[in-house]
Every structure is written in structure tokens, then in C-alpha cells.
Design a protein around this ligand. Structure first.
Ligand code: DC
Length: 221
């Protein structure tokens, strides 16, 4: 059984997916973390900026092979590289931008496509991302598209950054979230779209628990 949750930055999809996975005792695949981990390796470690310099196929493959995605019911998803947990480095503004750029690379998307589908062979899955219901698992039993107003999404993103010790003004947060929305929805490959057959939920006025409860009403297990 597969449940997909797609949506833009600040729609709360990862938090909601985590709550649902815990309730159902399923595996949570946070696909954004995979893109973020690749961004970490390819841009921070190797210095590819994805504007003037691009890695080779071998380098992308080697970076992907070095990543290990793990999920724990209590602690949630994590990513290790050569045994080192890099999860806490993956939510910075720099990685936000880099991941969004890397995600437009067809080679990266292809590698991650098979990586994601392989995981689905072993587990009942709650998966969240940008293309999980449209491209990766179009035949998922339940598909959801989460969204909220741009202002609320920017506020959520800003609060998350503040929790991590990075300050952005409201205007900066709105501009950065808007920039990512444009990149994620306008790229040529697997752009963020509402997957066909997806249930759309605007959670501008709901918290994560309330959103998860709304989704769980649809899921019959
Ligand atoms: O969900 P997130 O914000 O952690 O995702 C980070 C970036 O990764 C996002 O800007 C676009 C990309 N991404 C993607 O293209 N496809 C996915 N399924 C998940 C993330």
C-alpha cells in the first residue's frame, strides 16, 4: 500500500507524512531528504554549483551510492553518508536552494526514481515530495496534494529557520519561498503538479495534527 503526499514548500507534507506513518506503523519516505542529501554531497562537498559546473554521471552515481536513507518510527527519517548522520545539515537555506537546483537535473531524478521505487518493494509506504503521486508512484492507492497560502507557507518556513538559529525577515522568507515555488513548478522534468486523482487539502487554517487527521479519514487500512 502506498500513500503519497505532494505539495510546495511549507505545506507541512513531511510533518504530516511522519504523523501518518507513526499512526499506521508504516515506513515514511521523505523524498526531499534524498534530494537534499545529494545536494549536500555534490555542492557542499564537491563544489558543483549546478549553474556553471555540473558533476559527471559517475560522480552523481557515487554520491547516491554513498547515501543511506533510514527510517525509525520514533526518530523519523535520517540520512547517513559513510556512517555519519548528516540529517541536521540538510534543512539550511543553502541546501534548500541547492536541492531545488539539483532536482531539475534529469540524471539525478532518474537515479532517485529507481531508488524510491526499490524502497516501495519492501514496505507499506507514506511518501512525501513534489512528484510522488504524479511520477514516482502514479498508481498509489491514496494521493494527496497539500497546500496553504503563500504567506502562511513563508511563515512556517521562517519559523523552521528560526528554530535552527537562522533569522530571515518576513519579506525575505516570502521572496525565498516564492523563488523555490517558481523553480519547483516551472522546471521541465517532473515539476510540482497536482497529481491526477489526488485529494487536495488546503491546510492554511490547520496544524499538522489536524491535517493528518483529515487525511487519515480517507485512508482505509
Ligand atoms: O520537500 P523538500 O522541501 O525537502 O524538498 C527539497 C527540494 O527537493 C525541493 O525544492 C525540490 C526537490 N524535490 C523534488 O524535486 N522532488 C521530490 N519528490 C522531492 C523534493
Amino acid at each position: 500500500m502506498i500513500v503519497t503526499l505532494d505539495g510546495p514548500t511549507g505545506s507541512g507534507k513531511s510533518t504530516v507524512a511522519q504523523i501518518i506513518a507513526q499512526r499506521l506503523h508504516w515506513y515514511h519516505l521523505n523524498t526531499g531528504l534524498l534530494y537534499r542529501a545529494l545536494a549536500y554531497i555534490l555542492t557542499v562537498r564537491y563544489g558543483y554549483d549546478y549553474i556553471t559546473t555540473m558533476p559527471s554521471r559517475e560522480q552523481v552515481e557515487a554520491a547516491l551510492v554513498s547515501i543511506k536513507y533510514q527510517y525509525d518510527q520514533h526518530h523519523g527519517p535520517s540520512v547517513t553518508v559513510e556512517g555519519k548522520d548528516i540529517t541536521s545539515y540538510l534543512k539550511t537555506d543553502a541546501i534548500d536552494r541547492a536541492a531545488s537546483r539539483i532536482a531539475a537535473d534529469g540524471m539525478v531524478r532518474n537515479f532517485l526514481l529507481s531508488y524510491q521505487r526499490k524502497l516501495a518493494q519492501d514496505y507499506a509506504l507514506v511518501v512525501d515530495g513534489r512528484d510522488t503521486g504524479s511520477v514516482v508512484f502514479p498508481y498509489a492507492e491514496y494521493k494527496f496534494f497539500l497546500t496553504a497560502s503563500p504567506k502562511i507557507r513563508a511563515q512556517r518556513w521562517r519559523s523552521e529557520q528560526l528554530r535552527r538559529g537562522s533569522y530571515f525577515s518576513e519579506e525575505e522568507a516570502e521572496a525565498l519561498v516564492n523563488e523555490r515555488d517558481i523553480r519547483d513548478t516551472q522546471r521541465a522534468l517532473a515539476p510540482l503538479v497536482i497529481p491526477s486523482g489526488a485529494i487536495i487539502i488546503d491546510n492554511s487554517l490547520m496544524n499538522a495534527e489536524e491535517t493528518a487527521a483529515a487525511l487519515l479519514k480517507y485512508i482505509a487500512v
